[in-house]
Design a protein around this ligand. Structure first.
Ligand code: GDG
Length: 487
């Protein structure tokens, strides 16, 4: 058996890891002179993988745009040589129906408990099937039998099955970055069996929290009638482990940024602009799961209930443009802008606005400086797989010991017990929590900060990546041992 080989499950995996995500972490552009340029983007997953111990890896994913057939060989070569990446080529229509249509129009709202927004149609499901099959074809064409395969997220839930169909001894791990909802919600999905079976072809299935894992196991029992244990599910005569792997950040990246002159200069400038004010920071993609209307309503309530804060608090809200070709996101943008206008109209003064709203992304220098100078970070997601902003804020707060005000509906809430927990739907309570957070004594802030800080510097992105790969290696080794026993 290839899978067992001479490797030992107690050692670190030292072979090749194939990481598969919907989007490659590379932006690619054809310049006017016909030359292609490419740039690796930094992100949570990139950081986690660069922290993997002694593992070489290949990354498979869609490049984000349609590539003409005559350019494909060149693009493939460029991505491989420069970035260790292998592109999956999808037509614009297929990519759109798979990504915007089924992944973001059906799975995303449903998994975040918004079945009312579900836009199901069989044509979109067919595109999801087809795109997953395209990914499988690419993986099958490059994989070796000793590779470990790590599939990421809700765009690719059928991929483990499509790989296993052709390569039974493939060693596949699947990790879901978003919540897995209660089975009561999940069972709404017309293709619920196919999605579960797709994922169950993995050797290890991972989630951010115990709740998500529990919901998944319950769905397996209710929908497929499978027997489960707290740590896995029995499919035919095989046990598929289901584990909890909360993702982390790369705190060193922020510590290094804080040492840079550029960041320190920006910190000094921002401190000067907001002198005598309490600053609350919000960094979110403009997505309905992030609860921006709820956040703004709570700010409005705060100014009504505690008028003494007028002119003394500012919320800096960065709302990063996201999925703007989807109708719900355009509506959300309008609602948020109306609320910002109303609050600034009512509680601002000439030359001063309580809400500083940026519908744009900011660079890492600005981001780090903003995290650093803020007295509180306000996260009001109505559902959120984990939420990395919470951890990034903590990593930049060694001086100020600002307060993290965190929605209990984020995955992060399950591990960041030093945060002030809020229910974003309870406007009154959020307003009260902001008020008390800003009045919190230095000792209490310090105690909470230390607790949070110690947690995030230990549970880093690299810790997560290494933990998952180690477990996948162990699980696939054990599976190989089981199947090698003569019948
Ligand atoms: C999904 C799940 C889960 C944001 N604005 C700017 C900027 N960012 C960076 C943040 C952070 C990341 O984007 C956002 O991460 P989150 O975790 O908050 O949220 P999602 O994008 O929804 O991610 C989520 C995650 O996957 C990982 O598993 O935690 O629950 O929904 O790193 O810093 N970075 C810069 N400028 C910005 O304007 N430079």
């Amino acid at each position: 058996l290839h899978a067992s080989g001479s490797l030992s499950p107690d050692s670190n995996f030292e072979g090749r890891l194939i990481v598969i995500s919907n989007r490659l972490p590379v932006s690619l552009k054809k310049e006017e002179n016909g030359q292609w340029t490419s740039k690796m983007s930094s992100g949570g997953l990139v950081a986690a993988l660069s922290g993997l111990k002694s593992t070489s890896f290949l990354w498979v994913g869609w490049i984000g745009t349609e590539i003409d057939p005559e350019d494909r060989e060149y693009v493939k070569k460029l991505l491989m040589e420069k970035h260790n990446c292998i592109p999956v080529f999808l037509s614009e229509k297929l990519a759109n129906d798979h990504y915007n249509g089924f992944s973001n129009g059906v799975l995303w709202p449903l998994f975040h408990y918004l079945p009312g927004d579900l836009d199901y149609d069989d044509r979109l499901w067919d595109s999801y099937v087809e795109a997953n099959q395209e990914f499988a074809n690419v993986v099958l064409s490059i994989m070796g039998s000793d590779d470990l395969i790590w599939v990421h997220d809700y765009h690719l839930m059928l991929l483990p099955e499509y790989i296993k169909k052709k390569q039974v001894d493939a060693r596949i791990g699947f990790f879901l970055h978003i919540p897995f909802p209660s089975s009561e919600i999940f069972r709404v999905l017309p293709c619920r069996k196919e999605i579960l079976m797709g994922v169950l072809n993995s050797n290890l299935i991972g989630f951010h929290t115990y709740d998500y894992a529990r919901h998944f196991l319950k769905a397996c029992t209710r929908i497929l009638g499978l027997e489960t244990a707290p740590n896995g599910v029995y499919v035919n005569d095989k046990f598929i482990p289901v584990g909890v792997f909360p993702v982390g950040i790369d705190p060193d990246k922020f510590f290094d940024l804080l040492k840079q002159d550029q960041v320190q200069n920006r910190i000094a400038a921002l401190k000067k602009s907001f002198e005598g004010m309490k600053v609350i920071i919000g960094i979110d993609r403009l997505d309905y799961i992030k609860g921006l209307p709820q956040k703004l309503q709570a700010m409005e309530r705060l100014f009504q209930k505690y008028p003494e804060w007028k002119g003394k608090i500012v919320l800096i809200q960065v709302a990063v443009p996201s999925r703007q070709d989807v109708e719900e996101y355009q509506r959300l943008k309008k609602d948020v802008e109306e609320l910002v206008g109303r609050i600034n109209g009512l509680y601002g003064s000439l030359g001063e606005s309580p809400i500083h709203y940026l519908f744009q992304s900011v660079d890492s220098v600005e981001l780090t400086a903003l995290y650093n100078i803020s007295d509180a970070c306000l996260i009001t997601s109505i559902r959120d797989g984990m939420n990395l902003v919470a951890q990034e804020f903590i990593s930049c707060q060694s001086e100020k010991k600002g307060v993290l005000i965190l929605s209990e509906f984020t995955g992060a809430a399950q591990s960041l017990s030093g945060a002030v927990m809020i229910n974003p739907w309870n406007t009154e309570d959020v307003a009260d929590s902001i008020n008390s957070a800003l009045l919190m004594s230095e000792e209490e802030r310090e105690e909470k900060h230390n607790m949070l800080f110690n947690f995030i510097i230990k549970h880093t992105a690299a810790h997560w990546g290494n933990g998952f790969v180690r477990e996948l290696y162990k699980a696939s080794y054990q599976a190989a041992q089981i199947t090698s026993v003569p019948k």
